[in-house]
Ligand binder design. Structure first.
Ligand code: SF4
Length: 192
């Protein structure tokens, strides 16, 4: 089932981003992960390597996950709202997001995560609705389609503005506590 979906996604040409991409970024991690992490779109490094979150933002995300005691291999599956890089890393258009989102929804259905982390404003608005603002919604649990969703700042925003690191860490601490409550009471994190 997942290999059929992977094939379909990797060969997708449903929107104009297919013309300029090098790779379709299917996503990465545990296909039975309790946590799904959703970003905006692949960037240059991701487009070249064919993997999500491998540039500077990805390295910061890995550091945060590691502080939480989470690994890409075991605890999370990481994907994006659109699976091909928009030229010059522009924000994906509404049409591109609407065209690509059904792939993400199919992935969510197969993975069936307990917790969804939305990285940044674009992911938040694409999933929860355009009325949401990341500055107000971050750090607060949202119930969406019977799932628990936590919006947080995008790692790229933390790189631009280091003052966002502290509140973001507070948000991830809430995620670790919820993970212990819902998935594994014995989950170890050195820092939470
Ligand atoms: S961004 Fe999504 S819809 Fe557009 S071509 Fe890539 S996989 Fe298909």
């Amino acid at each position: 089932m997942i290999s059929k979906l992977r094939d379909e996604i990797l060969n997708c040409t449903k929107c104009p981003l297919a013309k300029t991409r090098n790779h379709v970024i299917f996503g990465e991690g545990n296909l039975h992960a309790p946590i799904m992490i959703i970003g905006e779109a692949p960037g240059r490094d991701e487009d070249i390597q064919g993997r999500p979150f491998v540039g500077k933002s990805g390295q910061l995300l890995d550091k945060i996950l590691s502080a939480c005691g989470f690994t890409r291999e075991q605890h999370v599956f990481i994907s994006n709202i659109v699976k091909c890089r928009p030229p010059d890393n522009r924000v994906p258009t509404t049409e591109e997001m609407i065209t690509c989102l059904p792939w993400l929804y199919e992935q969510m259905e197969l993975i069936d995560p307990k917790i969804i982390i939305l990285l940044g404003a674009t992911a938040l608005r694409a999933i929860c609705g355009s009325e949401y603002r990341i500055t107000q919604a971050r750090g607060n649990w949202i119930i969406w389609q019977n799932k628990l969703v936590m919006p947080v700042y995008h790692p790229a925003a933390l790189l631009r503005d280091p003052s966002l690191k502290r509140p973001t860490w507070e948000d991830f601490k809430k995620i670790v506590l919820k993970y212990r409550e819902l998935v594994d009471p014995a989950h170890f994190s050195e820092h939470v």
